[in-house]
Design a protein around this ligand. Structure first.
Ligand SMILES: [Cu+2]
Length: 414
């Protein structure tokens, strides 16, 4: 019986070991990092990222790259997400594989939270400095207080080199140049080790003598006083006075070594400059919009009126970071992430140039695996079946006009 038990125990242990090892070596590459699981209607109706540009796809440690672009704060912001009165321009990466050397909205440095307005378009730029070698999926991202993370499109960037080469030099206003990567580390180690050792010394002083049973008996017998001798009292006083003395002395010497220090700089940045987006001369009415369940596409019936002086064609529909293009009108040259770019994803029933003054009703189909991969098809589970997106129209000479669309999106079932 016991032999069987032993065997079972041994085998279970081996099985556990195998499982743990397998789990450690199994590292699937995730292709998106959080955004897929968020409600589709929230992704379509909060921030519209466009004109994104990643300055490089490969960098070495200490090299910098920029991510720039624009974002439109959608007017029909969802109720369950607080308005972006306090928002922070972040970057979505797995820890500081890059450091953020700078970030700007409307030309202003934004190390703090900012106040953004619904309906406004902002230009942003983030300067990243490579730190840790590997393949990283970098997202632009906006954190909204009371709302959560609003994740923009992500692109793979490769960092090569050695992390030990990474440097983060800063020149302080006192004229000293330091490396933020290691600055003050030995000081932190020293003081933590010192106080920890002092605590240990106090414990060791007492545990030299028996600690529990004899003391318990002594207390029970009414001889508690005999446990603390005159020497013990002196040692206790020395520890107390020494601690206070050291705190006072080291505080003084630190103030001497760093005579100029300022408090942490914080506070919301208001008055962030938004972009002037020229009023579009194209008017679009969404007559209806549907999507097939299950399926990989959505259809819209659009009534397009051209109030401008030039003929226009529809080149792109952009929603939740997925770009559907009509290749006859627009080709992407920005190296937009493949999985989010549907190069031939946009079909328009009649995409011949729409003459000035003309109105035309067209059937538009936005179709790509991304619709399913990025779970926009999961709108069927959302409590608000409405979509929003950007339409880009182009003149003959390539001049672009942006029109936002927003309408209910009705499922159709097969
Ligand atoms: Cu990602």
């Amino acid at each position: 019986m016991n032999i069987i038990k032993d065997k079972v125990a041994k085998l279970s242990f081996v099985a556990l070991l195998v499982t743990v090892t397998a789990a450690m070596f199994y590292t699937p590459t995730a292709s998106a990092h959080g955004e897929k699981s968020q409600a589709a209607f929230m992704r379509m109706r909060t921030i519209h990222w466009y004109d994104l540009n990643w300055s490089k796809e490969e960098v070495t440690v200490n090299d910098t790259m920029t991510i720039s672009g624009k974002f439109f704060v959608f007017t029909g912001w969802p109720e369950t997400v607080d308005k972006p009165e306090s928002a922070f321009l972040n970057i979505g990466i797995p820890g500081p594989v890059f450091i953020r050397a700078g970030s700007w909205i409307g030309g202003q440095l934004v190390p703090r939270s900012v106040s953004l307005e619904l309906g406004e378009t902002y230009e942003f730029k983030v300067l990243l400095k490579a730190r840790r070698p590997g393949d990283w999926h970098i997202h632009t991202m906006l954190n909204v207080e009371g709302g959560g993370p609003i994740i923009g499109p992500g692109k793979w960037v490769t960092i090569s080199g050695k992390m030990s080469d990474f440097k983060n030099p800063i020149t302080t206003l006192t004229g000293e140049t330091i490396d933020l990567e290691t600055y003050n580390l030995s000081n932190i180690y020293f003081w933590h080790a010192f106080w920890y050792a002092l605590g240990l010394a106090w414990v060791v002083y007492w545990v030299r003598k028996p600690i529990f049973v004899p003391r318990h008996i002594a207390v029970e017998a009414g001889k508690a006083d005999s446990l603390i001798s005159a020497t013990d009292k002196k040692v206790a006083m020395a520890f107390a006075a020494g601690t206070i003395g050291l705190v006072a002395f080291s505080m003084g010497s630190t103030n001497e070594q760093y005579p100029v220090t300022t408090p942490l700089q914080a506070g919301l940045l208001r008055g962030i400059k938004s972009m002037e987006v020229p009023q579009s001369t194209v008017a679009v009415k969404v007559v209806d919009a549907t999507y097939r369940v299950p399926g990989r596409s959505m259809q819209m019936t659009l009534e397009i009126t051209n109030n401008g002086d030039d003929a226009v064609r529809l080149g792109e529909f952009n929603t939740a970071g997925v770009r559907f293009l009509d290749p006859a009108v627009l080709e992407d040259e920005t190296g937009y992430p493949d999985d989010l770019l549907a190069e031939e994803g946009l079909t328009v029933s009649d995409n011949s140039p729409l003459a000035p003054g003309e109105t035309r009703t067209v059937e538009v189909t936005a179709s790509d695996a991304a619709w399913e991969v990025y779970r926009l098809a999961d709108l069927i589970y959302d409590p608000d079946s409405r979509f929003a997106g950007l339409l880009f129209f182009f003149n003959e000479d390539g001049t672009r006009q942006l029109v936002t669309v927003d309408a209910p999106l009705i499922p159709t079932f097969i």
